[in-house]
Design a protein around this ligand. Structure first.
Ligand code: FAD
Ligand code: NAG
Ligand code: NAG
Ligand code: NAG
Ligand code: NAG
Ligand code: NAG
Ligand code: NAG
Ligand code: NAG
Length: 659
């Protein structure tokens, strides 16, 4: 009999579920009964190396048969979804109307969690919220670590490197915020109960099989950038993919629709990793603007807009093949020639819906020139710009969006109010940047000059700063901002405005007035002028059809002060969805699922467009068990998080909606 300890099991007050001394054995080939430990179980669970380059150790039927032969308890829980054993388990797990909740009789016992831990090679982590080190009674108080977390709180790496931290703390219920260590208590809130630190494919397979068989809620976290609370969840087991960091350059690849250079990237690769590697390989990759966003996690599966989008479409349009672990636990490749429905769905149909992506192969392009411009313009009493001139200048810019989009533009700017709504304090408008991939500076300046002439005639005070680089990496490192994250008092929504609105002057000006009214009422506006049309010859993707004819994409949102009552808080949330977005939906029915409103009323059409019915059909087919669930994900409306106010957070039990 061996006493097993869980190396990473950390205890803290409030959620203490200490591991007991556990006795667990396995039977060896010659019939001896020996203690089950991380040393004895690992060889019995010998995984199969299928792809040495990706270090993809896989779970196979042979491994499971071996473990069954060794009589390790609970092995049925790790069977694949297409095996007979699991058909029985899945039935049992779905008897109730809710996912199994900590404390339920059906919640796995400490012994069962320990078996799971052993099988994953000790990769199971019992959740300790990132801020716990700031709480004197947490049992893990550490003043020095706390100071480090507080100092780096707004950096994405602080959260990406933690197994369960997310960058919109609103959705985990703002529990255990490191800033409140001396004034509140640390609870788990919407954090998952456990996370598995993924280093290889078999661990994902084990986690999915375990969640499906036990009925424990499953979530997937890569970096935690999600704005809708999709990468956390109370009572869940989380699959943490951040450490799947590897890239491989493929100088030339041939698929039915593409021939040229490509990169294979692990699921943990972030935009900054991708750009640095592409620069080294002498190519240009398609990624987002912020360095910490995970490329093949939520970003590409959700569509993915990029400085390259005006020329080459969405990130989803770059994908040549995807390796993915399905809801039934099987590891498959989806491409133009294999699992083609899945291939379509994974390119824009959203993360955490059809499986866990382990890696992707994506198109890359030759190095090219990037010319562009940046500026910071302020309005208000202490400047040379009145708000009236500012709006005239803005409308002049907006009117030209279809033309700029036609030239491959990526115009990325934000407008922030300099004071409360109605204070007359003015705005700050930062262009960061406007650029065109592959365009020489002289051509770029010629494109922009007519607008600047109009502004001069208006008496608008501005100072453009032009640039030109012979590669993307230099343009990106020098002219893009570093985003700060983890502001808890902030919620955003977004809209995609189609080109057709510009063909009718009345409609166009009414759209501008509506957007202006929202900004005047206190919203920030993060706006992108680009048209991510589907590139010629690239296969159909599930990405939101509203993206394809958009020439303007806007993110709007509100922040609020600490200390609001629940009613005041809900008034702000309702204002965003039911007032501000209601004003804009007539002009932009679509929104971007990765930067959208978690309360979007008709999220099926808004986030997926005309692709929704086919996506829903595939979801039911590929994930009949609803192992994967996230707010506003395809098919998510048949479950609801319990005990929420008007806004859906991730702090409650996940239950079926009665039909
Ligand atoms: C500062 C900032 C800048 C941004 N800039 C851009 C931008 O320029 N362009 C753009 O298009 N978007 C941008 N986004 C939005 C971004 O695309 C989304 O937040 C995206 O979901 C991030 O994916 P992630 O994997 O990093 O995040 P996570 O929060 O870890 O995951 C997001 C979603 O994907 C799921 N998921 C994660 N990994 C996997 C996986 N391996 N397989 C299946 N599902 C998975 C999660 O469960 C979750 O539902 C930005 C966001 C922020 C906060
Ligand atoms: C097994 O667990 C012990 C601690 O319990 C740890 O020190 C050791 O490194 C682990 N070995 C393996 C192979 O994981
Ligand atoms: C089965 O377990 C034994 C150790 O008990 C190991 O030697 C063998 O490689 C395992 N086979 C498979 C397929 O995992
Ligand atoms: C599953 O069950 C079916 C019939 O119920 C049987 O024919 C099949 O052999 C079983 N498969 C396995 C792997 O046991
Ligand atoms: C904050 O992060 C930076 C890297 O961005 C690191 O160098 C520094 O040590 C961190 N500060 C603290 C106090 O941990
Ligand atoms: C809590 O109080 C201690 C002692 O006053 C102080 O050093 C520490 O910075 C405070 N922690 C936080 C998170 O404010
Ligand atoms: C206003 O314009 C004048 C003349 O160009 C300039 O000197 C001054 O710096 C401007 N003021 C501000 C606040 O930009
Ligand atoms: C232009 O848009 C306005 C406002 O939506 C509408 O009333 C009008 O019929 C449209 N005109 C044409 C020609 O479509």
């Amino acid at each position: 009999m061996a006493v097993l300890s869980l190396p990473r099991a950390l205890l803290f007050a409030g959620a203490a579920l200490p591991f007991q001394s556990l006795a667990q054995t396995i039977t060896t080939g010659d019939g001896k009964v020996i203690p089950a430990t991380n040393v004895t179980v690992a060889p019995a669970a010998q995984a199969v190396a299928a792809d040495a380059e990706a270090n993809a150790l896989q779970l196979t039927d042979a491994v499971l048969a071996n473990l069954t032969a060794h009589q390790l308890s609970d092995i049925d829980l790790f069977q694949f979804g297409d095996s007979n054993a699991t058909a029985r388990m899945a039935k049992r797990a779905s008897v109730g109307d809710c996912k199994v909740w900590p404390g339920d009789a059906a919640w796995p016992s400490p012994l069962t969690w320990e078996v799971f831990n052993l099988l994953t090679g000790g990769a199971l982590i019992k959740t300790v919220p990132i801020g716990a080190v700031c709480y004197p009674n947490s049992g893990v108080y550490n003043a020095q670590k706390c100071a480090g977390i507080l100092a780096n709180w707004t950096q994405s790496a602080t959260h990406a490197n933690d197994p369960t931290s997310v960058m919109s703390p609103l959705y985990q219920g703002e529990t255990c915020m490191p800033q409140n260590g001396n004034t509140s208590t640390c609870t788990l809130g919407g954090f998952p109960s456990y996370a598995v630190k993924i280093e290889s494919v078999y661990q994902i397979q084990l986690a999915i099989n375990f969640a499906r068989s036990t009925g424990v809620r499953l979530v997937v976290k890569n970096t935690g950038h999600d704005f809708l609370g999709k990468s956390c969840g109370a009572g869940a087991l989380s699959i943490w993919t951040h450490n799947l960091k590897w890239t491989r350059f493929i100088p030339s690849i041939r698929t039915p629709s593409y021939s040229g250079p490509a990169m294979e990237i692990g699921a943990g690769i972030e935009v900054g990793d991708l750009y640095a590697a592409a620069n080294q390989y002498g190519v240009t990759a398609v990624g987002g603007e912020c360095k910490g966003v995970g490329v093949s996690g939520g970003y590409t599966t959700g569509g993915g807009h990029s400085p390259m989008s005006g020329k080459h479409g969405l990130a989803a349009d770059q994908v040549l093949s995807v390796n993915v672990v399905l809801p039934n636990g099987r590891f498959v490749t989806a491409s133009e020639t294999e699992n083609t429905d899945l291939f379509w769905a994974l390119r824009g149909g959203g993360g955490a819906t059809f499986g866990v992506v382990t890696s992707m192969t994506v198109k890359v392009y030759p190095k090219m020139t990037f010319s562009g411009v940046t500026w910071t313009i302020t309005t208000g009493p202490d400047t040379n710009n009145t708000d009236d001139v500012f709006w005239q200048a803005m409308y002049a810019y907006w009117r030209k969006f279809p033309d700029y989009a036609d030239q491959g533009s990526y115009g990325y700017s934000d407008i922030f109010p300099r004071g409360p709504a109605g204070s007359g304090a003015g705005y700050t408008w930062t262009m960061n940047p406007w650029l065109v991939p592959g365009m020489a500076l002289a051509d770029f300046q010629a494109m922009v000059q007519p607008l600047l002439d109009e502004w001069t005639a208006l008496g608008f005070d501005f100072t453009p700063v032009f640039f030109e680089h012979d590669n993307f990496y230099d343009a990106w490192t020098r002219h893009f901002p570093t985003e700060s994250v983890a502001n808890s008092n902030l919620r955003t929504a977004s809209r995609l405005f189609p080109r057709a609105n510009w063909a009718n002057e009345t409609l166009r000006e009414a759209m501008f007035d509506a957007v202006r009214s929202v900004v005047e009422d206190g919203s920030a506006l993060i706006q992108y002028n680009m048209n991510p049309a589907q590139p010629q010859g690239s296969p159909d993707a599930a990405a939101n059809t509203h993206w394809r004819d958009a020439v303007w994409y806007g993110i709007m949102g509100a922040s609020w002060a600490d200390g609001l009552t629940q009613d005041q808080f809900e008034d702000v949330q309702k204002m965003i969805t039911l007032d501000w977005m209601a004003r804009l939906r007539p002009y932009g029915p679509g929104g971007y699922l990765n930067e959208g409103d978690v309360m979007e009323p008709d999220f099926g059409d808004a986030f997926y467009g005309t692709n929704y019915p086919r996506l829903l059909q595939l979801k039911r087919q590929i994930d009949p068990y609803d192992v994967f669930w996230a707010p506003t994900a395809v098919g998510s409306d048949r479950w609801r998080v319990q005990n929420q106010g008007w806004l859906t957070l991730q702090t409650g039990k996940l239950c079926k909606v009665s039909e």
